[in-house]
Design a protein around this ligand. Structure first.
Ligand code: ZN
Length: 475
């Protein structure tokens, strides 16, 4: 099975290397902003030509054609931007030779992607959330540059090589990738270097040949994600929400106060050294929270994907869940819920599950976001019309079932996969209606139940046919 996988290592640069990394990231940012300014100028020139033609009595189409003839085609693709940059760099950036050309190229590449996204969403071609016109990047933006050509890669178990910068020691062993490169099961495609909160990382994007997975033996499991508890599994296990953020909340609040007492960069003043120091401490606290959270999530998702042949999760509308608190009167309660939801990061959990399930041969089923997993009785199937968020125990008036609210939801999710596999193999398409949604995922609408399933197992990825057929065999 051929998959794309990133191997990320923290770098341990000395001061010289640190400034070289910083310089390269700055070069990428400079090229991005320069390109954006050039494209904006071109668009403005086009617009003024068009308006001029309209004022002189030209038709709308005529004016557009004339403006295009005067200004020329918009230079917004990567090759065009690179050509322009190579022409202009001697003038706008006489220091260009001190960085690898890859740094400038990666900034222009980011810009070309951003512009492509903008034009695609304006014409309605973009399937994902629409994006606006790119903004200029500030100096404080996350520092990053990407390397796709030149001499780069892993040197040995503790060192990596980057073009122009040279060999850098890593803070963690690179043995995992070295081993794969040695036996030919991985190929490095690109390296992305990023700096955040005083630390530098390199991430190698690799094409990895993974062994064909055998179907995990465990039963199907329903996972109910929540704010109070990170996940409740249908086999009765409760995964506590570690609430990393709240553990650091007091420390963060103290550092935040400290920052606000010191002279920051407000109104264009130069921030004081003491402000910088407390800001760096605050950033470290945030990184600690993020790292702890990521570690917990990875361990949970790996365990789920390895041990169960099918994992069923809900399609939670996280953006909708957290938006409600902004601008609503009850900020104290809802902001707390918001923070708890975002701290548990359900979207990340689902993303990790979706690729890990492919790796380990299990199947991820995503229940429709309108499927009433909490309101349905897992004993008799009765659907309640109302269930307040404060009711933590589910009591069924019909069959007398009394069960924990989240355990009930998890059981319903696990039951969902049994119901659909039964329908799919027995009745075929005459009873259910299958349709493909925008992302190309298969959507299955079982009859008589207001739910649909997105099968995320192996849609559109290379080398997945074996797993798909294996799963079909089990179904
Ligand atoms: Zn019941």
């Amino acid at each position: 099975m051929l998959v794309y996988q990133a191997f990320r290592f923290e770098l341990c640069p000395n001061n010289l290397a640190r400034s070289a990394l910083s310089s390269h990231a700055g070069a990428a940012l400079f090229a991005y902003n320069w390109g954006l300014a050039a494209v904006s100028d071109q668009i403005m020139a086009y617009e003024s030509c068009r308006v001029l033609a309209l004022r002189q009595g030209a038709g709308a189409v005529e004016a557009k054609n004339w403006a295009r003839a005067v200004v020329g085609p918009l230079r917004c693709t990567l090759p065009a931007l690179r050509r322009e940059w190579d022409r202009a760099k001697h003038e706008v950036a006489p220091w260009w030779a001190s960085n690898s050309k890859e740094a400038y190229s990666s900034g222009l590449d980011a810009l070309a992607r951003a512009l492509k996204g903008f034009f695609a969403s304006r014409s309605g071609e973009r399937k994902a959330r629409p994006v606006g016109f790119p903004h200029f990047k500030k100096k404080g933006s996350r520092r990053r540059f990407k390397v796709t050509t030149g001499s780069f890669g892993v040197v040995d178990g503790r060192h990596v090589r980057l073009p122009r910068i040279g060999v850098l020691r890593t803070n963690e062993p690179t043995a995992k990738l070295v081993r794969r490169l040695g036996d030919g099961t991985a190929r490095v495609l690109s390296a992305t270097v990023s700096g955040h909160a005083g630390r530098w990382y390199v991430s190698f994007c690799c094409e990895v040949q993974r062994p064909e997975p055998s179907l995990p033996a465990g039963p199907a499991v329903g996972v109910d994600l929540g704010a109070k508890r990170l996940a409740v599994l249908s086999d009765g296990e409760v995964v506590a929400n570690p609430t990393y953020l709240s553990r650091y909340a007091r420390r963060m609040a103290r550092l935040q106060r400290q920052c606000s007492r010191r002279r920051g960069p407000a109104n264009g003043t130069v921030p004081s050294g003491r402000w910088r120091r407390s800001k760096a401490k605050l950033a470290r606290a945030h990184v600690k929270v993020a790292n702890a959270r990521s570690d917990g999530l990875h361990k949970l998702t790996t365990r789920l994907a390895k041990a169960h042949h099918t994992v069923v999760v809900e399609d939670l509308a996280v953006a909708g869940m957290t938006k409600s608190a902004k601008g609503s009167g009850n900020w104290r309660g809802k902001a707390g819920l918001n923070r708890a939801v975002l701290d548990a990061s359900p979207a990340q959990l689902r993303r990790q599950l979706s690729y890990k399930c492919t790796w380990y041969g299990s199947k991820l089923v995503v229940a429709d976001r309108w499927y009433p997993s909490s309101k349905t009785c897992s004993g008799c199937g009765l659907v309640k019309t109302k269930l307040a968020l404060s009711e933590r125990t589910f009591c069924c008036e019909h069959c007398g079932l009394v069960v924990d609210r989240d355990a009930n939801a998890a059981a319903n999710l696990a039951g969902l996969v049994k119901a659909t596999t039964g329908t799919a193999s027995g009745a075929g398409t005459s009873r259910g209606t299958a349709s493909a949604n925008a992302q190309g995922e298969e959507k299955f609408m079982p009859p008589g139940r207001c739910s649909s399933l997105n099968c995320e197992d192996s849609a559109g990825q290379p080398g997945q046919t074996a797993t798909a057929s294996a799963q079909a065999g089990v179904a």
